[in-house]
Design a protein around this ligand. Sequence first.
Ligand SMILES: [Zn+2]
Ligand SMILES: [Zn+2]
Length: 358
Amino acid sequence: MRAAVYVGQGQPLSIEDVTPAPPGPGDVVVEIGASGVCHSDLSVVNGYLRMPDGVVLGHEAAGRVVEVGSAVTRVRKGDRVIASFVPACGTCWYCEQDRSNLCDFEGRAAGATRGTRPGGSPYLAFTGLGTFAETFTASEHSVVRIETDLPDEQLALIGCGVTTGLGAALNTARVEPGASVAVVGCGGVGQAIVQGARIAGASRIVAIDRVAMKREQALAFGATDAIDPSDGDASRQVKRLTGGRGADYAFEAVGLPETIREAWAMARKGGTVVVVGMARVDAQVTLPAFGLFYDEKRILGSKYGSARVRRDFQRFVGLIEAGRLDVGAMVSRRIRLDEVNDAFRAMESGEVIRSVIA
Ligand SMILES: [Zn+2]
Ligand SMILES: [Zn+2]
């Protein structure tokens, strides 16, 4: 089957005819209906996230189970599933505490060899999925069965961007009705945070992004105000919009030390800063030590929207079906697998919220 393979930092993904290995007893094979192109895939290509050569990228997908291993119990052939880029094994300490976004099975899922490349060398699958392909083979822990008539392209986005953003607002921060919210960075995840804040009943939602299209989209998704940080001190503008105090919740969805500090500056005294963006593994952030104590701000990391995927995926599907969550409008472009490198370029130049291979 055709797949888009990472072959080295800064290199375009190589579209190759790979040969998947047969599924193991606990594995499933999923025919991919749609796969979103997410910033974390680009982070591998540009070296922010270090990977060996020979990894099929892609981690945000939906499709149908076409084959199951002999020990699989959670899904059956024919089931519609959303891929979960963090597996939810159900039995590790974190899964037992309802914190499946921190599942200990993650390393094992990501380390499995999934087949061979044309030259005979083995390939791995990004996050244990590798969805820039026609099918993926993964542990049953990495898929969640879904019952819905929604199109695959919307379900795919639930696999990463939607859950990461919506979950940050609803699970990690638990934004309450009437709260004020600032969102730094309005790509796919930031747009989902805006929608999560709206669903939670926030009364003021300030979207901050340099790209006009993303600010306009955020306003369409429920932001009450949009700020171009190139116009000057964005935190001062956020304070002006929040009674001079700053936001109750400031979300960072970029993954840079400077935008984490910006979000810190946007939160009010006693407010909450939520770091959602994926930074370089070697990046460090410096915060004012005096302010940590004096302003009593809380700073929270948010991985995968603190989601319990076996609860939240179907919950988010329900929000789409009820017309309260708009994922269709997050799909900017539909592309073919061999256009994935161009999708990275469009992402870097701020042309799209999401490109979806479908
Ligand atoms: Zn992602
Ligand atoms: Zn687990």
